[in-house]
Ligand binder design. Sequence first.
Ligand code: NAD
Length: 321
Amino acid sequence: MSTIGWIGIGNMGARMCGNLVNAGFTVQGYDLNPDAVAAAAEHGVRPASSVADAVNDADVVFTMLPKGRHVLSVFDGPDGIWAHADKSTLLVDSSTIDIATCRVLHERSREQGFHFVDAPVSGGISGAADGTLAFMLGGGAEDKARASRFIEPMSGKIFDAGEATMGIAAKIANNMMLCIDMLANSEGSQLAEQLGLDPKVFWEIASASSGRSWAQQTWYPVPGIIPTSAADNNFDATFTVDLARKDVGLALEAGKDAGINLPAAGLVSGQFDRLIDEGLSAKDCILIAKYVNPDESLRGWTPDSDTDDADDADDADTDAA
Ligand code: NAD
């Protein structure tokens, strides 16, 4: 059976690795956070001590990291993937990153004799756990076909989005739609409650009506309705404010380059910024629902004293890389 190198065993990566292990692959996992490596080892991942150890003898290497700069830092330099992987190893990035960095990854991989595929995902941690993620692939036809064999156990659907960077382009446009849907769910859920509707009854009506969306089905910001909502867990992150802000920022950047107007994306981006300013960047992004009520109260939300700042953690990651 083939060997998979995996770098970045966080909320998504841990669950994706689990499905690869269950499918019989040998998975060599590395993360800067030793606790993440230890937790993955309990689920059958072989703990790797470095990037070099993770890519050793691997048929394919996946990266699942926060941002473009993390991905580039893991590929580049004397300790990176390009320095240590065999040229026959297929390189796949499933992180959500900016188009410019994705282009650099394709170009520099090609220059050094590697084959690279951009393969971002959609479906959240529930899709990652269930092996039902949508993958959108960008790159050469043969490379995408080769990558699909490894992607299969993690996915419900694999899309060929086109040439290099088209997978990430699709992901950026999709996630902008998701972020705007979050605004709709924040406002719709609170309005329904203020109008006196039973929350569960209203959610069921919207599910069978035109208010239905992935965000409404999976992240609805009201407790006691769906098991996947962060509202049942004091808005602990399934997808952090920091990463959602990154995604909508990527869309705003792409929209600016394309010369188009994206006012709703700008609005939701401003709400993520407010949460970040309040020290809530590591909480779940659907916490924007608290801005609907003038006193910022929200059922399911109790402000904790230990609000940590994901930016600090993020910078620490980069420094250590
Ligand atoms: P996460 O923050 O939970 O996990 C990222 C992991 O990368 C962390 O464990 C961190 O320690 C590790 N890391 C950071 N820098 C590193 C380095 N230099 N070397 C090794 N490990 C390093 O993030 P996540 O939620 O798993 O998301 C990962 C990517 O997937 C992001 O680009 C995100 O936008 C995208 N994504 C997330 C979701 C979601 O719902 N969480 C859905 C689709 C796509």
